[in-house]
Design a protein around this ligand. Structure first.
Ligand code: ATP
Length: 241
């Protein structure tokens, strides 16, 4: 609906037993925007994405997708409303082929012809996936699995794409390639919330960024400005724990 942001999170609090993982976190992602969520290990980044996807229930706060409240919904419903999540560690179906994994990304779609077209686009973005379409996903290299996870998320034609550490465990050259592809998706208007440990590549892609420190927003602003505050951003990382 109209001017509502793609994603609005307000006053989010998440606990795991005695551990408070997020405390009073608020953030927004506008339609077409790429927002990076940065922070040290344990800062709460993955928890944030899992809570948006409905995999973790918040204790307090609200989450809205294009003005519609989603924090009480179950994960399949949230997927159906247009959120795709490419999780850390990729979570592919290792014994299924590349093509089968891509098909799973589009199971909720009815527009069969558009699905076929999107599959072609993904094969154009990632030619290696076309070459290996009949190979078991579990036998792909780490970088190839990351591409497949991203491709599978895109097959849902998400209104909001959540990406958890697309650079994790990947060689620098492949990181460049994946971020170049994310840049193409951004140019196509795909809205993204990106969790990254790699500050440099994340700030080069993002429009804005939030830095989490022990479950709270420590810094936020335009990616351009945060690049200049690099020392402060890095300090927020080191200061975690
Ligand atoms: P990383 O960069 O290492 O993935 P992160 O910023 O994504 O870290 P989270 O994984 O969200 O951080 O974890 C935030 C905090 O919540 C940490 O202290 C973590 O130990 C704790 N935590 C996460 N998941 C659980 C869980 N299932 N049960 C208990 N504590 C958890």
């Amino acid at each position: 609906s109209g001017g509502d942001p793609a994603l609005a999170v307000a006053g989010l609090e998440v606990r795991y037993g005695a551990v408070t993982a997020l405390r009073g976190v608020s953030l927004e992602v506008a339609e077409g925007e790429v927002v990076a969520l940065l922070g040290a290990n344990g800062a709460g980044k993955t928890t944030m994405l899992r809570t948006i996807s409905g995999l973790v229930r918040p204790r307090a706060g609200r989450i809205s997708l294009f003005g519609r409240r989603i924090d009480q919904l179950r994960p399949p419903r949230i997927v159906a409303l247009g959120i795709a999540h490419s999780p850390e560690g990729r979570r592919l179906f290792g014994s299924l082929t590349v093509a089968e994994n891509l098909r799973l990304g589009s199971v909720s779609r009815k527009d069969r012809e558009a699905v076929a077209g999107d599959r072609e686009k993904i094969f154009t973005l990632f030619p290696v996936l076309r070459e290996r379409r009949n190979q078991q996903a579990g036998t792909l290299s780490g970088g190839e699995q990351q591409m497949l996870a991203l491709g599978r998320a895109l097959m849902a034609r998400p209104r909001l794409l959540l990406l958890d550490e697309p650079s994790l465990g990947i060689a620098p050259l492949l990181v460049q390639q994946i971020f170049a592809t994310l840049g193409e998706l951004k140019a196509m208007g795909v809205t993204m919330l990106l969790v990254e440990q790699n500050i440099g590549v994340a700030l080069a892609l993002a429009d804005r960024a939030y830095v989490l420190r022990t479950g709270q927003v420590a810094l936020a602003g335009a990616a351009r400005d945060l690049k200049e505050q690099y020392e402060e951003v890095a300090a927020a990382y080191l200061g975690a724990g």
